[in-house]
Ligand binder design. Structure first.
Ligand code: CA
Length: 494
């Protein structure tokens, strides 16, 4: 079976709707549509308590169990509900992908007097002040948890740096003089000179006490919850050596290979390849360049050549390592990395990730279920992507046999999956247009000769019948997609 990831949340998922309980309700359906991995949001206590989405981690050991930051539960529910959600997904034969956020912490319990130097925010390798003493928020001892599970206290020795804009309106980044390294940790890439520092109190992985604690935490987390795959947040800002060590430790401890997808947010293929090389294939990477191609294609319409849709992408250059996606919680409207693929192009983009053999697709919650939310004066309505259910059912049942590509025209491209003789229902053809009506002549192999194909998008009422060799002209309507499957297979995607 082909792997298919489902990102079961978005940035504005309402806390009143208790996500963990919703997972339990949807588990059976997710299994039915062929989902193999369900990506759940960060499960630990945020510095914003039950209002935090989870990427501003306060306490890794508080999965909605302790009264900290104004509530016992997290935005998504209690620890008990979280574990029940995971168990239910396992009962339905799916893997659970936990969101691992280890770059930084937020919401310190106390501040400390610490020696720091200020660096240039645009070139973090450039020191712009003399060493000075400064009071900064770097002490975490979690009084609400009272040392249960771990007695570790985070302090200035466990962090590389912090930003503090209280004296000025500019972004001020301070490197803590903590005894580990001259300046920042080594990370892949060189934005801002060195992009180790992202936000909050940045964790110091060169401190062996920190790595030991995070290994201990990883083991505790897996044992406590039963999670069985990882999504690594913000790896652009974390030493690759740390994650190699951390993953090896957990793989050895649990005698298995945790399926792991890392988020290296860059459209520069060079850095993605470099990261994969350093990690020696321990991880998959999200195909950020492909997402940006989708975004550009949706903005430029007919002026974007669909023949180039895979240019500069991971799925083209390292298909085994690519996790393909259309949108996520960072790119959705009003978010910081907003680059939301326009609605008319979403069927095109979802067909490209779901109905081809290269890459592991990740489906975004609002694409399937829709979403509506208000941010400031903006009310956002996200409608479900048309035909997504049928695409998932086709992927689940018919994605086999040889794939033939016809990316030979700027405005009409196509591919077909020939299927196999054993699976009579298999064999399908996909045609995409970003301009006028069009068609593509395709061959699906002799075993598909004299077969009737119908368009599941219902743009066309008439069937297409292949000739003896299995060849036919498959049409598509303007700025649309058509997916042609055998008429005898229609019942299978109901
Ligand atoms: Ca960092």
């Amino acid at each position: 079976m082909s792997l298919t990831i489902f990102q079961f949340f978005h940035w504005y998922y309402p806390k009143e709707k208790k996500l963990w309980n919703e997972v339990v309700k949807q588990a059976e359906h997710l299994q039915f549509i062929g989902i193999s991995h369900v990506w759940l949001p960060p499960a630990y206590k945020s510095s914003a308590g039950e209002n935090g989405v989870g990427y501003d981690v306060y306490d890794l050991f508080d999965l909605g169990e302790f009264n900290q930051k104004g509530s016992t539960v997290t935005r998504y529910g209690s620890k008990r509900e979280y574990i029940k959600a995971i168990k239910t997904l396992h009962e339905h034969k799916m893997n659970v992908m936990a969101d691992i956020v280890l770059n930084h912490k937020n919401g310190a319990d106390e501040s400390e007097k610490v020696h720091v130097i200020q660096v240039d925010a645009n070139n973090r390798n450039e020191v712009v002040s003399e060493p000075m003493e400064k009071e900064i928020a770097t002490k975490y001892y979690f009084p609400g948890r009272n040392k249960k599970y771990s007695e570790f206290v985070w302090d200035w020795k466990t962090f590389t740096g912090i930003d503090d804009c209280s004296d000025t309106n500019e972004k001020c980044i301070y490197k803590i003089i903590n005894g580990y390294g001259d300046l920042w940790d080594d990370v892949v890439g060189d934005e801002f000179g060195n992009f180790d520092y992202l936000l909050g109190a940045d964790i110091e992985f060169r401190n062996p006490a920190v790595t030991a604690e995070l290994k201990y935490w990883g083991k505790w987390y897996v044992k406590t919850t039963g999670i069985d795959s990882f999504r690594l947040d913000a790896v652009k800002h974390i030493s690759a050596n740390f994650y190699k060590e951390w993953l090896d430790y957990l793989n050895q401890t649990f005698k298995k290979q945790f399926f792991t997808v890392a988020e290296y947010w860059s459209s520069d293929l060079k850095y993605l390849h470099e990261y994969l090389d350093v990690m020696e294939n321990r991880v998959q990477l999200f195909d950020v360049p492909l997402h940006h191609n989708f975004f550009d294609a949706s903005k430029k319409g007919k002026d974007f050549s669909l023949a180039n849709i895979f240019n500069g992408t991971l799925v083209q250059t390292r298909p085994q390592s690519a996790v393909t996606f259309v949108d996520n919680h960072d790119t959705q409207p009003t978010q910081s990395l907003e680059s939301f693929v326009e609605f008319w192009f979403k069927p095109h983009a979802n067909a490209i990730i779901l109905l081809r053999q290269q890459g592991i697709p990740c489906v975004f919650y609002p694409s399937y279920y829709g979403a509506s939310y208000t941010v400031g004066d903006n009310t956002i309505e996200l409608a479900p992507v048309p035909h997504l259910y049928k695409m998932l059912k086709i992927r689940q049942q018919f994605l086999e046999g040889e794939q033939n590509d016809y990316f030979d025209h700027p405005n009409v491209v196509a591919w077909c999956n020939k299927g196999t003789e054993e699976n009579q229902d298999s064999g399908f053809a996909v045609v995409l247009s970003n301009n006028e009506d069009g068609f593509k002549e395709m061959n699906l192999g002799q075993h598909n000769g004299n077969k009737k194909f119908v368009d599941i998008t219902e743009s066309f009422n008439d069937a297409v019948v292949t000739n003896e060799e299995g060849t036919a002209f498959f049409p598509v309507k303007s700025r649309s997609i058509s997916i042609w499957i055998k008429d005898i297979a229609l019942d299978k995607i109901k």
